[in-house]
Design a protein around this ligand. Structure first.
Ligand code: NAD
Length: 501
């Protein structure tokens, strides 16, 4: 990344350990805006020393600090203050994520708004969570089932939703009383470091949240293998997910893995087809398709397929691809040159395998887009269920269309991939909606909506998309350990007979 620094000042970050930013080192990772190639940020190239120091700080804060033992009310107060500080700085945070990831600013603002909602919801969980008391176990026998914080949580996050994916983890872990170390993606670390500063301003004690920037192979690997980390919450690719499972085996730490996906939008003839056109395009083009739950496949009923595909092609031509800070952009820039090349290569491979590219399929360089990594929204018809495009995660604005005749065939095709993160069903028939809701093998099924959600609703995967859940009560419980306390009162009935008087 050698582009000259022009325009706005470059943000420079240290790592954040034990309540303070440690000044930037000599060695930096420079980040360019993928829409303009201007350098916008420099992150410290953290190494093993910093990763160890961050884990040690989180360990101390958990074992010797008061955060795990504070009342839910007290933890909630800090989280509510954090939410209000994020609201205060929302425009700055949105701009940082847009500039570093290439996503349109409107989307980045929505990510920040969701981060605030998640933090406020986690604050509520901190107050309302409680254990159980069993008083019907027989005379003199009482059982307490409590939930305790799990300990030190390592969070490893990817580049596509830098702030949002952090906030699907951090507020829930803090609400539970855990301490944490995060290693954000080396491409998009800015908003995570800003959140660490805001958390300190909100009154989070030193050491409770630490951030180390740097490569996954050193910093991330250390977090995965460290015996002082109790839980690893990883979001990223399935390939790296497999490697962190192996690295984590030493102390058998608890894992939560949010990995790749290849979601389908399944369109039946009885859908509101106008809604479905909008939904299918939103599903695949949201965040340039760089989204784990991206609706990268369309399974459309044969009876409506031709006119539905034509409607998609007509509509997609009206969408605006633009620079991240372009207020009117619907679709931004891809994360970097190598990724753009990989996405374009997957389109070429699909052509070779006999599919028909009916829209896009190329890099965009006109209308001021020549400086960045922009790609035309792409629609590919006649995709064979045996082809690579049908099965492999492309992580770009590429829709792969296949057709079906029966509900059984639709279910079989949707479930035919290794992934199982999410699927969407478009039908106004309640029987179809409920049947697919049951039969689709994914952590989420959307019906007549897509890439939707609320802080109360958990998300996560099955099959090669990982395990564990984020958000909702289930997401909170990932950061708690169940403990049973069994209490007998009164005089003990002796078990042994020997020596009985
Ligand atoms: P990635 O797997 O390359 O990297 C994710 C994180 O892991 C980064 O912080 C990276 O530095 C770190 N890492 C890399 N090697 C490591 C190692 N050996 N040990 C420990 N950490 C290591 O993923 P990416 O390219 O940043 O993001 C795209 C992927 O993330 C896609 O596959 C996408 O589907 C997935 N994703 C999943 C979800 C979800 O919720 N399921 C959400 C967003 C993205």
């Amino acid at each position: 990344m050698t582009a000259p620094v022009t325009g706005r000042p470059v943000r420079s970050y240290g790592v954040f350990i034990d309540g303070a930013e440690v000044q930037p080192s000599e060695e930096f990772i420079a980040r360019e805006n993928p829409g303009t190639k201007e350098v916008v940020a420099r992150f410290t190239h953290g190494g093993l020393d910093q990763a160890q120091a961050a884990v040690a700080a989180a360990r101390r804060a958990f074992d010797q600090g008061d955060w795990p033992n504070r009342s839910g009310q007290e933890r909630a107060a800090v989280l509510r203050t954090l939410a209000s500080l994020i609201r205060r700085d929302q425009e700055t945070l949105a701009r940082i994520d847009a500039e570093e990831s290439g996503k349109p600013i409107r989307l980045a603002r929505a990510d920040v708004a969701t981060g605030i909602a998640l933090t406020e919801y986690a604050a509520a969980l901190a107050v309302t969570s409680h254990g159980q008391v069993h008083t019907n176990l027989g005379e003199g026998f009482t059982g307490l089932v409590t939930r305790e914080p799990c300990g030190v949580v390592a969070m490893i996050t990817p580049w596509n939703f830098p702030l949002l994916l952090l906030m699907q983890k951090l507020p829930f872990a803090l609400a539970a009383g855990c301490t944490a170390v995060c290693k954000p993606s080396e491409l998009t670390s800015g908003s995570t470091l800003e959140i660490a500063k805001l958390a300190a301003e909100a009154g989070l004690p030193s050491g409770v949240f630490n951030v180390v920037t740097g490569p996954g192979s050193t910093v991330g690997h250390h977090l995965a293998q460290s015996g002082d980390v109790d839980v690893l919450s990883f979001t990223g690719s399935t390939a790296v997910g497999r490697s962190v499972v192996e690295a984590s085996a030493g102390n058998l730490k608890r894992l939560s893995l949010e990995l790749g996906g290849k979601a389908a939008s399944v369109v039946f003839p009885d859908a509101d087809l106008e809604d479905a056109v909008d939904g299918v395009l939103f599903a695949v083009l949201f965040n340039q398709g760089e989204c784990c739950v991206s609706g990268a496949r369309l399974l459309v009923h044969q009876d409506v397929a031709d006119r539905f595909v034509q409607a998609l092609v007509d509509r997609v031509s009206t969408l605006r691809v633009g620079a991240p800070l372009d207020e009117d952009a619907d679709i931004g820039a891809l994360i970097h040159a190598a990724h753009l090349d990989k996405v374009l290569a997957s389109v070429d491979a699909a052509r070779t395998e006999g599919a028909r590219v009916v829209a896009g399929g190329t890099r965009l360089t006109s209308d001021g887009l020549d400086a960045g990594y922009f790609m035309a929204p792409t629609i590919i018809d006649q995709v064979s269920p045996t082809s690579r495009l049908f099965h492999e995660e492309v992580f770009g604005p590429v829709l792969a269309i296949s057709r079906f005749r029966t509900e059984d065939e639709a279910v079989e095709l949707a479930n035919a991939v290794d992934y199982g993160l999410a699927n969407s069903v478009w039908s106004k028939n309640i029987d179809t909606a409920l049947a697919l809701g049951r039969r689709l093998r994914s952590g989420t099924v959307w019906v007549n909506t897509t890439i939707d959600g609320a802080p109360q609703l958990p998300g996560g995967g099955v099959k090669s998309s990982g395990y564990g859940r984020e958000m909702g009560q289930a997401g909170f419980e990932e950061f708690t350990e169940v403990k049973t306390v069994q209490i007998r009162s009164g005089k003990r009935t002796p078990f042994f007979r020997g020596g009985a008087q």
